[in-house]
Design a protein around this ligand. Structure first.
Ligand code: NAP
Length: 361
């Protein structure tokens, strides 16, 4: 069981400057804090945090960069299944550098890079003291933006491509919200394994630019949701097989249309609900094509594999190898200084942005 992270907030306004081991004065840590659930622009504030004491099994981390993901927004809104006790520091993903470690810490040392081992770390902060078991070491030879965005989306993409259908080179998959962080990771991981991707996005004024960007990542086909309903889809399947796996990030109509193209006995995995509409499946899809509907949640996978560290290590090694080979890049992003967090939160909630907001800490 995880101990609570060392983010002490209550009653803190202007904590005194502390001294590092080298004796230099250190400003108090700051973080994006919310004291109640609600719209992020209304409830999130940049505040000084109390300097937490380093316990024997704790690690003092200087955060470097942390993305704003849809789940972070849902946590602040109070609509996510796992909520932190209030007041809380926002953010579930990011990368930091170890500054110092407690006397019982053996697996980490100053200078190491770490990412959260599970959700709820509160990564939108300049520094923090965390129990060792809440952190995972990552190699320092990968780009900082890749490390900052590694623990959620690429892992989700990797698992969904591995765990539901056994795909061989030449097989195809179809996914909606293909320009999302997960979608971009799916395109790249699939490409590296020789799997073809059919990528569905919403129509927009700058569609050709988005198509070009996704094709440059390795997408085989990029189509709009409207295209899914057109007879021209038959032409597409002259050059690649119908997909055995569909990845659903949206729900509603988009899902129903995508499902039409799934092979008989194929699997659709729902991992996001961006349209906030239920998954609608025609009865015929069950009776005449025996499609399988599954769900995936990375947080649950981590819990289920808590006693199997080799599974996590193997996935992380594979992803880091892809990053080193240039086959997996960080998602298209906008780097935002911490003090501009309001603009970043607003941008993260706008449609058609196609750019992950990453806070520089
Ligand atoms: N189950 C899991 O373990 C797991 C893990 C990671 C992520 N997720 C979920 O996956 C989803 C994507 O996460 P991310 O970090 O990849 O997101 P992201 O990079 O912020 O991208 C959001 C995506 O959602 C699309 N979108 C937004 N509103 C939409 C709507 N009303 N209808 C259709 N599409 C819409 C956007 O498309 P436009 O460009 O057209 O706006 C974009 O493709 C989120 O729901 C997240 O919670 C789940």
């Amino acid at each position: 069981m995880h101990r609570a992270a060392g983010w002490v907030l209550r009653g803190v306004r202007n904590p005194p400057k502390t001294r590092s081991r080298s004796g230099t004065a250190r400003s108090p840590p700051r973080g994006l804090v919310y004291g109640q659930h609600g719209e992020p622009s209304a409830v999130v504030q940049l505040k000084d945090l109390e300097e937490a004491k380093l316990g024997g099994s704790d690690v003092h981390v200087k955060m470097l960069a942390a993305p704003i993901n849809p789940a972070d927004i849902n946590v602040i809104q109070g609509t996510y299944p796992i909520l932190s006790p209030l007041p809380a520091v926002g953010g579930n993903e990011g990368v930091g550098e170890v500054l110092e470690v407690g006397q019982h810490v053996v697996a980490l040392k100053p200078g190491d890079w770490v990412i959260p081992a599970s959700t709820g770390l509160g990564t939108w902060r300049t520094r923090g003291v965390f129990p060792e078991e809440m952190l995972l070491k990552v190699p320092r030879d990968i780009p900082v933006l890749c490390a900052a965005t590694l623990s959620v989306n690429p892992c989700t993409a990797f698992r969904m491509l591995s765990d539901f259908e056994s795909l061989a080179p030449g097989d195809s998959i179809i996914q909606n919200a293909a320009n999302s962080g997960v979608g971009q990771a799916v395109i790249q991981i699939a490409k590296a394994s020789g799997i073809k991707t059919i990528n569905v996005v919403r129509d927009r004024p700058d569609l050709p630019k988005l198509v070009e960007t996704l094709m440059a990542l390795g997408a085989d086909h990029v189509i709009t949701e409207e295209m899914l309903r057109k007879p021209e889809m038959k032409d597409l399947f002259k050059s690649i097989p119908k997909p055995r796996l569909a990845l659903n990030c949206v729900g509603g109509k988009s899902t129903t249309e995508m499902l039409r193209h799934l092979q008989p006995k194929g699997t659709m995995v729902t991992y996001g609900g961006m349209a906030k509409q239920p998954v609608m499946v025609p009865v015929s899809a069950f009776i005449f094509r025996d499609v399988r509907l599954r769900g995936f949640w990375m947080t649950q996978w981590r819990k289920d594999h808590a006693q199997d560290p080799a599974a996590l290590t193997s996935m992380m090694d594979s992803l880091c190898q892809l990053i080193r080979r240039g086959q997996l890049t960080a998602p298209a992003c906008t780097e935002v200084p911490l003090q501009d967090y309001q603009a970043a939160l607003e941008a993260a909630m706008k449609p058609f942005i196609s750019s992950k907001q990453i806070l520089l800490l």
